[in-house]
Design a protein around this ligand. Structure first.
Ligand code: GDP
Length: 596
């Protein structure tokens, strides 16, 4: 377990590099008055200087993203807005830390036995088995094994794991990688390994289905070694247990190993600080209102505590465990259902207890306001090739994480071989994940969670994925020639990449009817479903999620009139320059091109 020894418990993963020392951290919701006082400067002067830069503000205004740049320039002080949760986390005293029970996620290929294993563990060891309650699905459950608690996330697989990480929260301390002995390492096994590794979470291998005939355990171990997981009896440092989830064989041994590993990696939490956790699941109950399952990562949540979670604030009116039993409090690593949210929070949101309800209300409403203006201080910045060099120079980036998706295995292998060799003295290239096939939502989430750039080779761009990537702030670059791809990476490392031309999305229209007009050609009768369509915009035509044409609009009409722009929820007639094959059901997306 040598390398795993070194792995720290990442707890809540903000996935941000440590702030450069000269950066001043201010908590979200800080006003210009509070900021000036902290810096020892006159607030009035700051307001005047901001006015000169065309920012009309007053002392009680909150510092948001748009003011950061001018303020930094005026005060010669680079600043960083941190969330309330991060501030509380930084303030928590390390000396109060105690060992914290492990939170475990089971991952692996479909049908390799994840659900069977979760059921087997739940049935045999659930806390309070004697009370006879029926377990409900709340997203996680806690067991006691030899009087020691272990929490299992009830949604197996890496999608949920990575979705939480992409939201900035890491709840898993240990991953159980389950591999069926009769099937071996499969694509999702590989994917799970990449997801766990990029999260820096230690892995225990469970080789399952050993009750079956025709199994080859050594072959599985050999396949795992190819993926960089060398098990202990092969001289490596990865724990492996041979089990049968169906026949309940060696499950105790597996639990024993979880406890052993959690001791080795020294999982810690601070029970004295105000409780902090992560939302695992949330729903609206018709009788009880919004309910969410929270996994507690720091402190002890008490019934009656005030809290904030994303845009929601509230008071923990009632707490329940996975058997629906009311609790007075919930400690480290405990999954608990909480009642009392003002609205339904999102999975992956942090959950933070605060001293005063007005603080929670104030910050929650500021967050909502800023999200409407798309000005979230917590919005996660991600790496882009254009900005790479600047970040290298600033010392913020020491590694370029990449995800490679390509048409065939041969291309994946070639790229996985060549790219690490392009590393410079300052920057290492880290291939987080490489696989064949189109880019999926999980790839984008993995990129978001691990600050990676996605390189697509010989695959077609897909609009849904591009939208998700835009939402997550993740860069995707598509290539058809290997030289162009490697050349871009080399140039990006040296700061010589030409500025990229960025597509700025304007809107979308759906083609509802086609009109064949003599001498003019085909006009698409459309309905604008989002944003706006502009006469002089660039357009692409999307069919079944794929772009089939790029070009210009030749005419734009609304009720027979030529117009410059048509907004959402209006009908229009669009003539498409040079494209004869337009069809009903196609989507016309309008955009402009701008230099980044
Ligand atoms: P998941 O897709 O990874 O959640 O896999 P499941 O837990 O649904 O299991 C897939 C199939 O494998 C089911 O038919 C299980 O009964 C079977 N299975 C799971 N574990 C074992 C095992 O240890 N031995 C045998 N023989 N079958 C198993």
């Amino acid at each position: 377990m040598k390398s795993q020894d070194k792995q720290k418990n990442p707890k809540i993963d903000t996935n941000k590099k440590k702030a450069a020392p000269q950066k001043m951290q201010i908590r979200e919701g800080t006003t210009l008055k509070e900021f000036s006082e902290k810096l020892g400067i006159k607030g009035k002067n700051l307001i005047e200087k901001l006015k000169e830069k065309k920012f009309t503000v007053n002392l009680n205004d909150v510092i948001t993203q748009r003011l950061m740049d001018p303020i930094s320039k005026i005060t010669q002080q680079s600043i960083e807005i941190i969330s309330l949760e991060k501030e509380k986390q930084q303030k928590a005293d390390k000396k109060d830390e105690v060992s914290s029970p492990p939170v475990v996620t089971i991952m692996g290929h479909v049908d390799h036995g994840k659900t069977t294993l979760l059921d087997a563990i739940r049935k045999s060891n659930l806390v309070g088995k004697e009370s006879g309650g029926i377990t409900q699905h709340i997203g996680a459950y806690k067991i006691l094994y030899k009087d020691r608690p272990i929490t299992f996330i009830d949604t197996p697989g890496h999608e949920a794991f990575t979705r939480l990480r992409a939201r900035g929260a890491q709840v898993t301390d240990i991953v159980i990688l389950i591999v069926a002995a009769d099937d071996g390492v499969m694509p999702q096994t590989r994917e799970a390994i990449h997801h766990a590794k990029s999260a820096n979470v230690p892995i225990i291998v469970a080789i399952n289905k050993i009750d079956k005939d025709n199994i080859d355990i050594d072959k599985v171990k050999q396949q795992l070694s190819k993926e960089g997981l060398l098990v202990e009896d092969w001289g490596g440092d990865v724990i492996s247990v041979e089990i049968s989830a169906k026949k309940n064989k060696n499950i105790d041994e597996l639990l024993e190993m979880i406890l052993l590993l959690s001791e080795v990696i020294e999982l810690k939490g601070n029970p004295e600080t105000q409780a902090q956790g992560v939302i695992l699941e949330a729903r609206l109950d018709s009788k009880k209102g919004p309910i969410a399952t929270v996994i507690i990562r720091q402190g002890v949540l008490q019934r009656g505590d005030y809290f904030i979670s994303g845009y929601c604030h509230g008071k923990a009116r009632a707490l329940f465990d996975e058997k629906g039993k009311p609790l007075k409090s919930a400690g480290l690593s405990t999954p608990v259902e909480v009642l009392g949210f003002c609205s339904v929070p999102s999975a992956g949101d942090l959950f933070q207890v605060v001293s005063h309800p007005e603080d929670a209300r104030h910050i929650a409403s500021l967050r909502e306001e800023q999200s409407k203006k798309k000005e979230q201080p917590q919005r996660r910045e991600h790496l882009s090739l254009d900005e790479l060099f600047k970040k290298i120079e600033e010392g913020e980036v020491k590694e370029l994480p990449l995800i490679i998706k390509a048409d065939v295995q041969g291309s994946v292998e070639v790229l996985s071989d060549i790219l690490p060799g392009l590393a410079s003295k300052e920057v290492k290239i880290n291939i987080v994940h490489a696989a064949t096939g189109n880019i999926t939502e999980t790839d984008v989430l993995l990129a978001s969670a691990s600050n990676a750039i996605i390189l697509g080779y010989n695959i077609k761009p897909n609009t849904k994925i591009i939208d998700i990537a835009r939402e997550e702030n993740v860069e995707i670059r598509y290539y058809n020639v290997i030289y162009n791809l490697t050349d871009d990476i080399k140039k990006a490392l040296k700061g010589m990449l030409e500025p990229k031309i960025k597509e700025v999305y304007l809107g979308r229209a759906e083609v509802r009817r086609l009109f064949h007009i003599p001498k003019v050609g085909v006009i698409a009768g459309c309905y604008v479903t989002d944003g706006k369509i502009r006469r002089n915009a660039e357009i692409k035509i999307i069919r079944s999620g794929e772009t089939v044409y790029r070009g210009k609009i030749s005419s734009l009409k609304h009720v027979k009139e030529n117009v410059n722009e048509v907004k959402k929820e209006y009908e229009c007639g669009i003539g498409v320059d040079k494209f004869k094959d337009i069809q009903e059901g196609d989507i016309i997306e309008a955009y402009t091109l701008e230099k980044e």
